[in-house]
Design a protein around this ligand. Sequence first.
Ligand code: FAD
Length: 289
Amino acid sequence: MEYFEPRSVSEALSVLARHGAEAKIIAGGTDVMVDIKFKEEPGGLVNIKKIPGLNGISENGAGLRIGPLTTIREIETSALVREKLPVLWEAAHQFASLQVRNTATIGGNICRASPSGETLGPLLVLDAKAKLAFGDGQKTVPFTSFFQGPGKSSVGVDGLLTEIDIPYPPAGSKSVYLKHAVRGAMDIAMVGVAVLMTSDSGKNNIQDVRIGLAAVAPTPIRATKTEALLRGKPLTAALVKEAAALASTEASPINDQRSSAEYRRWIVEALTRNGLGQTWKAATGKEIA
Ligand SMILES: Cc1cc2nc3c(=O)[nH]c(=O)nc-3n(C[C@H](O)[C@H](O)[C@H](O)COP(=O)(O)OP(=O)(O)OC[C@H]3O[C@@H](n4cnc5c(N)ncnc54)[C@H](O)[C@@H]3O)c2cc1C
């Protein structure tokens, strides 16, 4: 296996252009090293950790810019993320073990494009965007259209994720990330649900709601039909029941070693109900009518 340590984005891109699908980018390596051991060895490894400028969390006008090499632990310990993007902080906090969080990067979590990636539901509800570099230029892609299937994304085999741009959620909005896993934080999500809700100024109706579902479809998804059902209405017991049932039909889960499809649908329903209830109460100060 050939090993490369590019010192710039353009150097990394030219290695990828020369080696195409044969070469694999490695960041924290918590997915790549497992794949090498248990699945297949790539023709080359492109270690991007020595490229300057791909790290860190900073304010960027009306949002945060996160470098792809930022570790999950750096996100978890960032006061800025905790204050401004609590739904992403919650996902980082529930991510694997401390050892894995110290090594795993947000860029790796995104580019792995696993349907169950912990940070992906939060990025979807935050309306975040990926900045990608290719040999022939740059592209900005919203995460709502970034994921194309398990392991497949707009980054392809010759692109590099260079930045994650996350706008601040609307003032007064409240959010929650709920993970269902058998072994708590040390397990990949069986189902992940992120909810971000904004109430109207009178705190009587849902002005906007965004629901991200993970591990229940070939890609992480937004439950757009459920969101449309809820907008402009007060959250009543009947509505929350209808919305949670609709969210479970927007999911298209599979049976695998972690869960049956049927159980996953049931968990989507339960977590959506909880997430809506929690965010409604936090946004309006009211119980469900
Ligand atoms: C014990 C264990 C527990 C885990 N628990 C969880 C969990 O709870 N939740 C969860 O979501 N995941 C979990 N994972 C999976 C893994 O830790 C995450 O997906 C992690 O975020 C991957 O980041 P990394 O930096 O290690 O990526 P790497 O393994 O280095 O790379 C992952 C993929 O992304 C590509 N890549 C990386 N950076 C870039 C970039 N900038 N541009 C283009 N492509 C890039 C690589 O080529 C590779 O395909 C776990 C893994 C282990 C081993």
